[in-house]
Design a protein around this ligand. Structure first.
Ligand code: HEM
Ligand code: HEM
Length: 193
């Protein structure tokens, strides 16, 4: 009689366990777009200082890009919830697994809070949102205090997000260049055999 071998998926990792093509594409597409959007956000005052004619168009461009990004992020999150990530490489210790898991959760949280706080704040300002020229009707009253709350969340989360991304990239580079394990390659595009 053949023996039935039951494997715990958490321990079933092989060097070949990789993220799928869709997850990889979404990771790098959204990652690059987010880095550009964060830079754009921090440069808003330099590109178009308050009170200058270019200010409204520049802010609306930031808002429009942010809304497109939000839609991509929702697609990514839904995809992620429906597809389990690959099993951990065996070389990872328990603390590395849980730190990685929690940092990814926080990255997803920032990805949601950034566009949401921007959008909610805009609905309490007299400017509302012009999505690539199309005025989206604001549904909130003009309220400087509510605007300040959501704008504050937008700004604080932006700094938190930058810190998390810095740690994330440093960890990824350490795995790729120092440990030389499978962590980086499993989310990088596979070369044809
Ligand atoms: C993933 C999407 C987004 C990212 C990463 C992002 C990032 C940023 C960053 C880094 C800043 C500069 C913060 C600072 O002044 O210290 C900023 C400012 C701003 N963002 Fe966003 N943003 C996003 C989406 C949105 C959306 C969807 C809206 C509105 C619909 C929005 C509205 C604003 C506004 C109005 C400011 C200027 C705040 C001010 O100068 O007082 N953002 N954003
Ligand atoms: C805004 C920029 C970025 C964000 C928001 C981001 C976010 C994420 C998230 C949420 C995951 C977990 C994927 C999942 O299980 O669903 C992940 C995985 C990963 N990211 Fe990023 N990422 C960014 C940029 C980068 C960059 C620039 C690098 C490399 C230098 C990188 C390297 C990796 C690696 C190696 C993994 C796989 C980790 C693992 O196997 O568990 N990421 N990223």
């Amino acid at each position: 009689m053949g023996k039935l071998i039951v494997m715990n998926p958490a321990h079933a990792s092989t060097p070949a366990a990789r993220y799928g093509r869709v997850a990889i594409t979404l990771h790098w597409l959204i990652g690059a777009a987010l880095l550009a959007q964060i830079t754009f956000g921090f440069l808003l005052d330099d590109i178009a200082p308050r009170g200058t004619p270019a200010r409204a168009a520049t802010i609306n461009l930031h808002k429009s890009f942010g809304i497109v990004l939000a839609l991509l992020i929702v697609v990514r999150l839904v995809w992620r919830l429906k597809h389990r990530p690959p099993a951990w490489p065996l070389a990872l210790s328990e603390w590395q697994r849980s730190t990685s898991q929690w940092s990814h959760r926080l990255l997803y949280a920032c990805m949601l809070v950034m566009p949401l706080s921007g959008y909610l704040g805009s609905n309490f300002s007299k400017y509302g949102v012009k999505f690539f020229g199309l005025a989206l009707k604001p549904w909130g009253p003009v309220s400087p205090s509510w605007y300040a709350v959501f704008n504050g969340i937008h700004i604080v989360t932006a700094f938190l997000f930058c810190g998390l991304i810095a740690v994330h990239v440093a960890a990824a580079l350490k795995h790729a260049l120092v440990d030389r394990d499978a962590v980086f390659s499993r989310i990088w595009f596979k070369r044809p055999a």
